[in-house]
Ligand binder design. Structure first.
Ligand code: ADP
Length: 447
């Protein structure tokens, strides 16, 4: 097992990884920008290295600085966390070339899944159903028109290198196609430096259902059930639950089997998530994330498996210590993403946390790097806490979550806690009756 891991990230996820390392007896190295000198992940790590000024491209995305930090501190492995360099195949290669272990999949798998066209091709070959769409990039308006006519409107133009819901535009009919194509391309160019786009049938009322997988270097693959992440705003997840209120045991098993078979065929190792849209009883693959997901804790709560620990174990070459038959699902879990944002306008609200009281009690878990007196810097993601609640069933989970949201105090800044409180009183949510567009409709006042 590794003796020392450098955590190439910040915020709650850096803390989450630190916790797993600590329990495994692995020393941790935190890296941080000058803006994060007082951050909790830095305070708790065994060692820390300042790697640059606040802008991410000079610090958390600064590969030479990160490699230097790992070299100076004598780390064995680098954990990339979520976001930043976690899906950068070049980074994984550089890490390995310098003799460190990258806690994640092989660079080839990261590259294959990072390009959504090659990802879909690989999945189709592995027997996974995909959203009907173009087989490759859409090069021209003529090609777009022809293809849209063949699959039928509405269609969605998506960036090949997309992420975070950017570079995605809907065209409801041919008159909207030229603009959608141009907007998707320019958004993709500025966000990812790559303006290649492809086309998919735009599904009207799907749910977003994703399957967690875990695989080792020895050909063992398991799935840990699904998460329902349909509550989204601007294609970004707001609240997630596991299991999905929309699936029955039969569908769950069917989907799990398809996914495990595909992962075996690909020879993938580490944790990973296959994302699907689910409509009218059918699953359609949209993308695979080759890293830990923000919402991984809800899976941990219903399986009692520490995903970060397993990710580190398999990265060290260890075999999975359990098989599919050993994985039992227990109860229900929900995660609320708490962002430092205005709950109505979603304007970022960084600043000093003047008061902090996290909820507790049975079944309540808070993954957060906040503390009283901490100043949230304005340079990074606004996710500041994940409130994760478990109950024996969905009703108990929601009851507990309502209570936990009432207890949660984060003073001095605005957060999305009021949005979650309101959501928990809404009938459609209580009934589990929602699709990926529901939250935006609800926030607009329509239902
Ligand atoms: P990103 O990598 O930017 O997160 P994804 O492909 O994972 O992009 O899609 C993000 C979200 O966008 C999905 O969860 C879903 O809400 C929506 N979406 C993606 N593809 C489609 C589609 N074909 N039809 C309808 N909605 C879609």
């Amino acid at each position: 097992m590794f003796e020392k891991i450098l955590i190439a990230n910040r915020g709650e996820i850096a803390l989450r990884i630190h916790r797993a390392c600590r329990e495994m007896g692995i020393h941790t190295v935190a890296i941080h920008s000058t803006a994060d000198a007082n951050a909790m992940h830095v305070r708790l790590a065994d060692e820390s290295v300042c790697i640059g000024p606040p802008p991410p491209n000079q610090s958390y995305l600064n590969i030479p600085a990160i490699i230097s930090a790992a070299t100076i501190t004598g780390a064995d492995a680098i954990h990339p966390g979520v976001g930043f360099l976690s899906e950068n195949a070049g980074f994984a290669e550089i890490v390995e070339a310098h003799g460190f272990t990258f806690v994640g999949p092989s660079p080839d798998h990261i590259r294959m899944m990072g390009d959504k066209i090659t990802a879909k091709r690989a999945m189709i070959e592995a027997g996974v159903p995909c959203v009907p769409g173009s087989d490759g990039a859409i090069e021209s308006l003529e090609a777009a028109k022809k293809f849209a006519a063949s699959i039928g409107y509405p269609v969605l133009i998506k960036a090949t290198g997309g992420g975070g819901g950017r570079g995605m535009k809907v065209a409801r009919d041919e008159s909207q196609l030229a603009q959608a194509l141009q907007l998707a391309k320019s958004e993709a160019k500025s966000a990812f430096g790559n303006d290649e786009v492809y086309m998919e049938k735009f599904l009207d009322k799907p749910r977003h259902i994703e399957v967690q997988v875990l695989a080792d270097n020895h050909g063992n693959v398991v799935h840990l059930g699904e998460r329902d992440c349909s509550l989204q705003r601007r294609h970004q997840k707001v609240l997630e639950e596991a299991p999905s209120p929309a699936l029955n045991a039969e569908e769950r098993e069917k989907l799990g089997k398809i996914v495990v078979k595909a992962i075996e065929k690909l020879g993938y190792r580490s944790v990973g998530t296959l994302e699907f849209l689910y409509e009218n009883g059918e699953f359609y693959f949209i993308e695979m994330n080759t890293r830990l997901q923000v919402e991984h804790p809800i899976t941990e709560m219903i399986t009692d498996i520490d995903l970060v620990r397993e990710q580190i174990r398999v990265a060290s070459g260890a075999a999975l210590g359990f098989s599919q038959a050993d994985i039992k699902f227990f109860g229900h879990a929900i995660e609320c993403r708490v962002n430092a944002e205005d709950p109505l306008t979603f304007q970022p609200s960084p600043g000093k946390v003047t008061d902090y009281h996290a909820p507790g009690g049975l079944g309540v878990r808070v993954d957060s790097a906040l503390y009283t007196g901490y100043a949230i810097p304005p340079y990074y993601d606004s996710l500041v806490s994940k409130l994760v609640v478990h109950g024996r069933n969905r009703a108990e989970c929601m009851m507990r979550l309502r209570r936990a949201l009432e207890e949660y105090v984060i003073g001095g800044i605005k957060t999305t806690i009021p949005l979650h409180r309101k959501l928990l009183t809404e009938k459609s949510f209580i009934d589990g009756d929602y699709d990926i567009h529901w939250l935006e409709r609800w926030m607009d006042g329509g239902k």
